[in-house]
Ligand binder design. Structure first.
Ligand SMILES: C[S@@+](CC[C@H](N)C(=O)[O-])C[C@H]1O[C@@H](n2cnc3c(N)ncnc32)[C@H](O)[C@@H]1O
Length: 720
């Protein structure tokens, strides 16, 4: 057989010294990649594994280089028996080297020296290359978003006082968490037994190399490290009635588990979750991500008094489905620290989730200490992070609070919320029986909303509107149109803007299209494709059908997503009812007075404080509240408790504000009309006059500062 490569191809001019990226580029064109090893996703991953594998074998061969491939296979056999606990790792390496269908290739690889490989392993350049080698779909499925090196350091910093005898990272990736932990141990510490596992073989291999390197630097026995490859839930989970498969438990669990939704995983993987579902049934509800199952698994693997240090999506302590897991954490653990970065949304490479750090001690008995909520700032710029003094919250408070993320917000904002809560006038949407729904979903807004890219309205009459496109005019009877808010940016300077957008509402009964509709379709049909794909023959009526079933009519509207630094209004109010697109939520079935009072409240400065505490950040100042937040958070003023005279005063000030074309909210803090509205509202809340005045000025100063910080964060986000 002709060798696939010539020896000289891979030996560089410079006495065999070659850069990793150069080596990979050379190899790509040479390796036959028709039948990759089963556990390999793609060619780049194959090359990275080969590189790490070669390094590992040479390193474990007392760092002496191999001269021929035969010795490699012999060495693999030795290692398999020496480190028999990590059998799957050596089997993987065996398969990898066997895949080089020409031994000569392997021999030629042995001649190469990689001067920067040690450094690439310790900085985890290989881990980053590995994640980037995956297609976006593969990466999403695996949640291959490794903890950034600085976030891993923060997590172990928060754990500092811990001295475990055994640690595990059940979703180890390239081993960043365990490496960060081992790095802070001094050589004279008693090193723990270390267990790692991941579904991705090459990740385990890289993690193994990295940890071996650290153990070597610290003069420790490599036998401390045990690695395996496979689905963690299958490897570790035990059935409800049987002993854990893996009998040994751990006293430190470090993890950044996959957040993958269960519909993305295959049926075998789903089967392994059933065991956990049976055992922890009472803590599960709705469609949760794998991170929830990872916490359940932890509960089985952790020793009493053992510690869990984990990165989790912030939704774990906030979402509709997380009540069960919050209860499990409160029942079985002493929650020690919940922390989050103030500057960076995510702790994981390439992830857009808002993430938190959680440190909890397994403890079924009485808990004595408060939970520390910590905000961390500027970790990325300087590698020197500031850890804020902890806000201490007793567990009894957490039992009754569904959204724990508010304790990670500015305590000054929290204090102001507390003052309002004490008045007893703040209620959540459920208490007030608010009926909030999302507007209509538009499959093709440039077809189903008018005006649009093709058509502008040139006149509106009582019974019809007249449209003009580039080359024609069209008249649409108003019986097929519903006045509707379309997108936030169109109205965001005014609380009660004139709305001249219409949704096209064609009933099913309209079997034969009138002439105007035929004409409209012929000029705009390409904008209708999303509706045709989604609804087939019913496509033309999808807006009409939603209006019929959802009934999204109302006078007050919440904006779904917006930038708090750039918007001018927090909600809209209209004298008569209209509908909205899915970019808004509408308050249905409320009295005009209730709608107006809530709209006034939404546009007051107090609501901004509550919004900032409860919002879900999308990025910097851009964020949102969802219906669940409106229903569960005490965000509203109880209109029924406000005296008529005071309500009239609020309406008067609100009407003045409604007439204005408003600047962005941060520039409104000095606006006399806003101050007048705030004063009218605060006077209706029964605080003493002294407290009112002091509180108001405190709020303006605080918000001014908060907006400054948010603007700075937006700037950083834009520059990244
Ligand atoms: C968010 S990453 C974290 C990796 C690593 N712990 C770190 O902190 O850098 C999640 C890891 O889970 C792994 N993974 C996903 N599903 C898995 C499963 N069912 N069993 C084992 N590992 C899995 C992925 O390959 C990925 O390495």
């Amino acid at each position: 057989m002709t060798p696939l490569i010539r020896k000289s191809t891979l030996t560089s001019q410079n006495e065999g010294i070659i850069e990793i990226s150069e080596w990979m580029e050379n190899c790509k064109s040479i390796f036959n990649f028709n039948h990759p090893p089963v556990m390999i996703y793609n060619q780049n991953e194959f090359l990275l594994s080969l590189l790490a594998g070669l390094w590992l074998l040479q390193f474990l061969n007392q760092k002496k280089a191999f001269k021929s491939s035969a010795k490699i296979f012999k060495k693999l056999e030795d290692l398999k028996s020496k480190f028999s606990q990590s059998n799957s790792l050596w089997t993987f390496l065996d398969e990898l080297f066997n895949n080089l269908n020409e031994k000569l290739i392997l021999d030629s690889l042995l001649l190469i020296k990689f001067p920067d490989l040690h450094e690439a392993l310790s900085n985890d350049v290989l881990g980053t290359m590995l994640q980037n080698s995956l297609s976006s779909d593969e990466r999403k499925k695996l949640a291959a978003n490794y903890t950034t090196v600085s976030s891993a350091r923060i997590l172990v910093e928060l754990l500092k006082s811990n001295t475990p005898s055994s640690i595990i990272d059940p979703f180890c990736g390239s081993g960043r968490l365990v490496s960060a932990y081992l790095r802070i141990l001094t050589p004279n510490t008693r090193f723990p037994r270390i267990r790692i596992n991941d579904l991705m073989a090459s990740a385990v291999l890289i993690a193994y190399c990295r940890i071996i390197l650290i153990l070597s630097e610290k003069n420790q026995d490599y036998g401390l490290l045990q690695a395996s490859i496979g689905d963690t839930f299958a490897v570790f989970a035990s059935d409800v009635n049987s002993q854990p498969k893996e009998l040994e438990n751990y006293d430190l669990i470090l993890m950044n588990p996959p957040f993958t939704r269960t519909h993305r995983i295959n049926s075998d993987q789903r089967k392994s979750l059933l065991k956990l579902e049976r055992k922890y049934k009472k803590y599960l509800s709705g469609q949760v991500g794998l991170h929830i199952y990872a916490i359940l698994l932890t509960d089985m693997l952790i020793k009493e008094n053992g510690v869990l240090g984990t990165v989790l999506p912030a939704a774990t302590i906030l979402s509709q489905y997380s009540g069960g897991i919050q209860k499990l954490l409160l029942n079985n653990y002493q929650l020690e620290i919940i922390a989050a970065s103030e500057d960076v949304k995510s702790c994981s490479e390439g992830s857009s989730f808002r993430e938190i750090f959680l440190i909890a001690k397994r403890k079924r008995t009485k808990k004595e200490e408060d939970v520390k909520f910590i905000r961390i700032s500027e970790p990325y710029k300087s590698n020197q992070w500031n850890i804020s003094p902890a806000l201490r919250i007793p567990e009894e408070i957490l039992i009754n609070e569904w959204n724990w993320t508010i304790f990670l917000k500015d305590p000054k904002l929290l204090r102001i919320r507390d003052i309002f809560l004490q008045s007893g006038l703040l209620k959540n949407g459920s208490d007030l029986n608010l009926d909030i729904t999302r507007g209509v979903e538009m499959y093709g807004p440039n077809f189903f909303f008018i005006p649009n890219q093709n058509w502008r309205i040139i006149s509106e009459e009582k019974e019809k509107i007249i449209l003009r496109s580039k080359d024609r005019t069209l008249t649409i009877p108003k019986e097929f149109l519903v006045r509707s808010l379309r997108k936030a940016g169109k109205y965001n300077r005014c609380i009660s803007p004139g709305v001249s957008d219409f949704a096209l509402s064609i009933p099913d009964s309209c079997k034969e299209f009138p002439k105007w509709l035929e004409d409209y379709i012929s000029t705009s049909k390409h904008f209708a494709s999303p509706a045709k794909r989604k609804f087939g023959s019913e496509w033309i009526s999808h807006i009409h059908n939603q209006i019929k079933t959802k009934k999204p009519w109302g006078q007050m509207f919440f904006i779904d997503k917006f930038g708090i630094s750039t918007t001018s209004v927090m909600g809209h109010f209209f004298e008569s009812k209209l509908i909205c697109s899915k970019n808004f939520y509408v308050l249905r079935n409320s009295s005009p007075d209730q709608a107006k009072l809530l709209a006034a409240w939404l546009n007051s400065t107090f609501f901004i404080i509550l919004y900032l505490l409860s919002r879900r950040e999308i990025g910097g100042s851009y964020g949102r509240l969802q219906i669940i937040d409106y229903m569960k958070e005490p965000l509203f003023l109880d209109a029924s408790k406000i005296l008529t005279s005071q309500r009239n005063q609020i309406f008067e000030e609100f009407d003045t504000m409604r007439k204005l074309n408003l600047p962005p909210i941060p520039e409104q803090l000095q606006l006399p009309q806003r101050k007048a509205l705030d004063l009218a509202i605060i006077q209706s809340i029964y605080l003493s006059e002294k407290v009112e005045k002091k509180l108001l000025s405190e709020i303006y100063v605080l918000l001014d500062k908060t907006f400054g910080t948010l603007k700075q964060r937006d700037k950083t986000l834009r520059s990244n």
